[in-house]
Ligand binder design. Structure first.
Ligand SMILES: *Cc1c(COP(=O)(O)O)cnc(C)c1O
Length: 392
């Protein structure tokens, strides 16, 4: 077996996104021991930078070992005990997964289900909180990657607090691509993943927990069902002055995350959010010109993930295959009941550039011209170009 030589893909799917060469280089740095002073400095720096990214002062701000689902699992298993009622917003795959994890913890998942692509209106949550008796937590997905819906979070914390429920937020496809203001929005537990808008390989899940949630964790009646994700144990490893071995940190991944956080800081968050916003508008303009319709309503479309309905005369699977084989471009198909009906195009982190938007639209136009579904050559590029000239 020869060494693996990866094709050079443009990653415009629902994750992973393209990784900056500096991040790859950081991963090739020599290992040190995971309790080495030199490594502790890396961990401290990662924590400081993650707090900035989450807009929080939470001491317990860490990178959980594992992908985004590990962050999800860690957030839920630490809070939910057998018998706890938990309200879960279900408007796509990830809300569905969260409800399943709640039930695996022995919790009672109170699902608020709305059609995929829609958001969960605050009134629906308020009503469920009023009618459900004691609720331990409300769980919402900020950026639902299966549908492209952008869930408002800010209006939720006051009602959660009024009912003494914690607010847990999945920020996997939002953190570092659009504002996530943990403290100002009153989020109690928030997690993300490295391979989406942070543009790292998959393998770590940034997580932040405030004191309100921490005291709930510390006063559990039963031990956390997961030893690996037990935050009361992991917290000691991430405490600045008294690191105690829990499990071996994925050292190279932490090097990578630190470098990606440095790149994010160099760009600055406002500039980064503006870039994601502009590129998504340009791509959407091009897609609309080609006859693709966005799934979420106009005010709730994510800039980091565009989900569009594919017109029936287009063979979506065949076009995605051509994009990959002829143009080295990856985009995503639909999940669940949207399979075969939609495309999910990610513009996350390093992948969100004007060059990438134009490359994708150009490739789509060429395929469309050859297959007869583009009759006005240049129509998509025209739409994107005018967005860019208005945007500057
Ligand atoms: C990708 C994703 C996850 C899961 O992350 P993995 O890294 O695939 O485990 C969770 N929530 C949302 C919203 C996601 O987009």
């Amino acid at each position: 077996m020869e060494e693996f030589c990866a094709p050079r893909r443009l990653l415009l799917g629902p994750g992973p996104s393209n990784v900056h060469p500096r991040v790859l280089q950081a991963m090739a740095t020599s290992l040190v021991g995971h309790l080495d002073q030199a490594f502790l400095a890396v961990m401290n720096d990662v924590q400081t930078r993650l707090r900035r990214l989450f807009s929080t002062a939470n001491r317990l701000t860490i990178a959980v070992s594992g992908t985004g689902s590990a962050g999800m699992e860690a957030a839920v298993v630490n809070i939910v005990e057998p018998g706890d009622a938990v309200i879960v917003g279900v408007n796509g795959v990830f809300g569905t997964r969260l409800a399943t994890i709640v039930e695996r913890c022995g919790g009672k998942a109170i699902r608020i289900e709305v059609p995929w692509g829609q958001i969960i209106e605050p009134d629906l949550i308020e009503e469920k909180l009023r009618r459900s008796g004691p609720v331990k937590a409300v769980v919402l997905v900020h950026a639902e990657t299966s549908t492209g819906a952008w869930q408002p979070i800010e209006p939720m914390s006051a009602m959660c607090r009024a009912h003494d429920a914690l607010l847990i937020v999945d920020a996997v496809t939002s953190l570092a691509g659009l504002p996530v203001e943990v403290d100002r929005w009153g989020i109690d537990v928030c997690y993300s993943a490295t391979q989406k808008c942070l543009s790292c390989p998959p393998g770590l899940a940034p997580l932040t927990v405030n004191d309100r949630a921490l005291s709930v964790i510390r006063s559990r009646r039963t031990p956390c069902q997961s030893w690996y994700f037990d935050l009361s144990l992991i917290a000691d490893y991430w405490t600045e002055h008294n690191r105690a071995y829990h499990h071996t940190a994925p050292i190279s991944m932490l090097y990578a995350l630190r470098e990606s956080l440095r790149i994010i800081a160099e760009e600055g968050l406002p500039a980064r959010f503006a870039r994601h916003h502009l590129n998504s508008r340009a791509l959407m303009a091009g897609l609309l010109a080609l006859g693709f319709d966005p799934v979420p309503p106009v005010d709730y479309r994510l800039p980091t993930l565009l989900c569009v309905t594919v017109p029936t005369l287009i063979d979506e699977g065949a076009v995605r295959a051509q994009l990959l084989e002829r143009f080295d471009i990856e985009i995503g198909g639909g999940l669940g009941h949207l399979k075969g009906k939609v495309w999910r195009i990610g513009l996350m982190g390093e992948s969100s550039t004007e060059a990438n938007v134009l490359t994708l639209l150009n490739a789509l136009e060429e395929i469309g011209i050859q297959n007869g579904w583009v009759t006005i050559p240049g129509i998509a590029l025209q739409a994107a170009a005018s967005t860019y000239s208005r945007g500057r």
